[in-house]
Design a protein. Structure first.
Length: 119
């Protein structure tokens, strides 16, 4: 009865800065583990993390696609001007717009303290 299982493997060869290799070698000797096991663990953690992020991105994309289908228009393709015109029935247009017109939608700032506060 053969208890060992065969795992397909391949050699990965790469350059590593000498100072990193030195520190890695010192740590693995201290912990009594192999350099290969540390690198495989790091690679596995990276792959799992990236796969999780890709799944989340896919879910976000799927949700956005469903919303766009529901509303029959692409939310991402709308400009700020389009969003304003869809929310406002008809914006008032002036014959000669000035720079002040760009602040038309801003609310005035309310003072925090009254002028009597400093007297």
């Amino acid at each position: 009865m053969n208890l060992t299982t065969s795992i397909d493997t391949s050699i990965i060869n790469f350059n590593c800065p000498n100072h990193l290799k030195l520190h890695l070698d010192r740590l693995v000797r201290f912990k009594g583990i192999s350099r290969t096991s540390v690198l495989l663990k790091l690679i596995e953690d990276y792959v799992r993390s990236e796969e999780s992020k890709l799944e989340q991105d896919s879910r976000i994309h799927q949700l956005m696609s469903q919303l766009e289908t529901k509303y029959h228009q692409s939310i991402l393709k709308l400009s700020q001007k389009d969003i304003r015109t869809t929310s406002d029935p008809q914006p008032k247009k002036k014959p000669n717009p000035s720079w002040e017109d760009s602040y038309e939608y801003d609310e005035p700032i309310q003072p925090i303290f009254s002028s009597d506060f400093y007297r």
